[in-house]
Design a protein around this ligand. Structure first.
Ligand code: NDP
Length: 276
């Protein structure tokens, strides 16, 4: 029987994950199937149990299921414990389910390896205090930035999230109105504003000279935040397609023990959307 994997989420219709994992399987000579399945939060536990009972070996979980996946997993990697969110489940040989979070390592791999960003000593502004932010903070702090400031529409969430990571770096939380007069070398957009074509309310001057912008969201056209970066003189203004491919590669490695190469796939997906 072919080894089965899937991504669960809602909505899931436009997921690129099946294509990405089939590409990795072909490249590494692994036999597997990978499907995308629409799963509502209230169906999550039943659907995951059924998937594993019917021979499934691994799952990706995306919006809005990452906290539920965290609660479901019997054991968690250290990075998943830190994030309190799980995007990858793996059925272990003893029948237990391991939860991991590969979003953060996917982001830093894209930033450092694919785009040669320098995080050490940098001033990072992180927009948004939801699940994606939660997954990337510890990996970012692991590269010793000078500071990470989280700005969020709901200010208390930014302050509370920053407090959770104070033991591992210089980090604080605030609202957008508090950003005036500060400039950042790297601005990461981890809000879901781009998904509806909106922009967080960023003050003038918040992007330092030669600063870079990165939107975790991605699409077939430049997102509103990617366009904002270009209009405001960013050295680079990128979207999260590379992060998507890299977090998938890390999940594939967890499941199969083989590390796929990502560059050819990122180039292919960019060429298909007319970006290079
Ligand atoms: P959540 O729903 O958990 O969090 C959404 C965040 O966006 C909250 O902080 C919310 O603020 C903020 N927000 C929503 N709308 C606006 C707006 N109009 N203006 C300002 N802030 C806004 O989402 P996730 O954290 O899971 O995902 C965030 C983004 O990251 C999505 O675009 C997702 O596609 C992307 N992502 C990309 C990945 C990749 O591999 N490239 C992986 C994971 C996520 P508030 O708290 O005030 O509601």
């Amino acid at each position: 029987m072919t080894d089965r994997y899937a991504v669960f989420g809602q909505p899931i219709g436009h997921s690129k994950s099946p294509r990405i994992h089939q590409f990795f399987a072909g490249q590494t000579g692994q036999q597997l199937s990978y499907t995308a399945e629409e799963v509502a939060p209230e169906q999550f536990v039943g659907s995951v149990k059924a998937f594993f009972a019917q021979g499934g070996l691994g799952l990706n979980c995306t919006v809005p299921l990452k906290e539920l996946a965290f609660a479901f997993a019997d054991t968690k990697t250290i990075r998943a414990q830190r994030a309190k969110a799980v995007n990858t489940l793996k059925l272990e040989a003893d029948g237990s389910v391991l939860g991991d979070n590969t979003d953060g390592c996917g982001l830093v791999t894209d930033l450092l390896d694919n785009h040669a960003f320098n995080l050490k000593g940098s001033r990072i502004l992180l927009l948004g205090a939801g699940g994606a932010s939660r997954g990337i903070i510890a990996p970012l702090l692991g590269y010793s930035p000078q500071t990470v400031v989280i700005a969020n529409r709901t200010v208390e969430k930014a302050v509370e999230l920053a407090a959770e990571f104070q033991d591992i770096g210089v980090i604080s939380g605030c609202g957008y109105a508090d950003l005036g007069g500060q400039a950042f070398d790297i601005i990461l957009n981890a809000t879901s504003a781009s998904l509806s074509g909106e922009l967080p309310p960023l003050p003038q001057g918040v992007l330092a000279t030669q600063g870079v912008c990165y939107d975790l969201a991605y699409g077939d056209q430049p997102t509103a935040f990617v366009r904002w970066g270009r209009e405001n003189g960013a050295f680079y203004s990128l979207d999260g397609l590379g992060m998507l491919v890299e977090q998938a590669a890390a999940a594939f490695y967890l499941w199969r023990g083989v590390r796929p190469s990502t560059h050819a796939l990122i180039e292919l997906l960019n060429a298909e959307r007319g970006m290079s």
